[in-house]
Design a protein around this ligand. Structure first.
Ligand code: PHE
Ligand code: CO
Length: 277
């Protein structure tokens, strides 16, 4: 996840370079952490066939990184030739502008630390399991890879236009918590869901949340909750649709949004096209 936080960050920021990257000191991972990784991976990968989109399922089984905490170098040797992306190690959450600049250059920041065993089900800050399991597989998908780079470029621009709140919602409701309509039914491509044991079944099966067809301005108008399962999901038809909808210059969209009321996380409006499960 990327995003704001109001608590002290838990990573070690003392050794970082000016661009917030660090070396992934692999020897620091303990046997207990390797074991925790295997257990996290086993639980999530068992749920993936039923709830993730095919693009994610297919590459996950090829990458097959469940035997232990992955070496970033080894994944980069496959990722770079596939889509031009590289993983960079970071201490944890990083400032928005630094994050956007990495994305704009096809570098994906991955936290180096792993959660505690007590945080098996829930973690406040993104750790290496969320960042890696949730985000890395789709970096191998061409459309998704292009989308994320465009998002980074758009982020630098949005910061200059004072529109980061709008753009952050787009990241939240797509990259982190997006749903996609597929021939197999509703599936997810969102990293925040893919790395969560509870939200994977909930997002497509629960009667509780709203599921609304993706509409760019509607998404950027909508607040979100960071400490519960989502109350609303937005559903795309394809990554191509997402990429094309976000291709235009957002400057006039931000102006339009400033004239609208933000919507709360559980609100439904007349224009919404609801999606049945
Ligand atoms: N097209 C957007 C802009 O001009 C940039 C963007 C692309 C944002 C993709 C998000 C996702 O600001
Ligand atoms: Co994330």
């Amino acid at each position: 996840m990327a995003g704001q936080t109001d608590h002290a960050l838990r990573g070690d920021y003392s050794q970082m370079r000016p661009d917030y990257t660090v070396v992934q000191d692999y020897s620091r991972y303990t046997a207990a952490e390797q074991d925790l990784w295997k257990r996290l991976y086993a639980r999530q990968s068992a749920l993936i066939p039923q709830y993730a989109c095919d693009e994610f399922i297919d590459i996950l089984s090829v990458l097959n990184f469940g035997a232990g905490i992955p070496h970033f170098d080894e994944i980069n040797a496959k990722l770079k030739p596939a889509t031009g992306w590289t993983l960079v190690a970071v201490p944890g959450l990083i400032p928005d502008d630094v994050f956007f600049t990495h994305l704009a250059n096809r570098r994906f920041p991955v936290s180096v630390w792993l959660r505690n065993p007590q945080e098996f089900d829930y973690i406040v800050e993104p750790d290496i399991f969320h960042d890696f399991f949730g985000h890395v597989p789709l970096l191998f998908n061409k459309f998704f890879a292009d989308y994320l780079e465009a998002y980074g470029i758009g982020g630098v621009k949005a910061k200059g236009l004072n529109a980061l709140d709008y753009l952050a919602r787009l990241y939240w409701y797509t990259v982190e918590f997006g749903l996609i309509q597929t021939p197999k039914g509703l599936r997810t491509y969102g990293a925040g869901i893919l790395s969560s044991g509870g939200e994977l079944p909930y997002c497509v099966e629960s009667a509780r949340p709203h599921r609304i067809k993706f509409d760019l301005l509607r998404v950027m108008q909508s607040n979100y909750k960071i400490d519960t399962f989502q109350e609303t999901y937005f559903v795309i038809d394809s990554f191509k649709q997402l990429f094309e909808a976000t291709a235009p210059d957002f400057t006039p969209y931000y102006a339009e949004l400033r004239g609208r009321q933000n919507l709360s996380a559980n609100e439904v409006i007349a224009e919404d096209k609801l999606v049945k499960v």
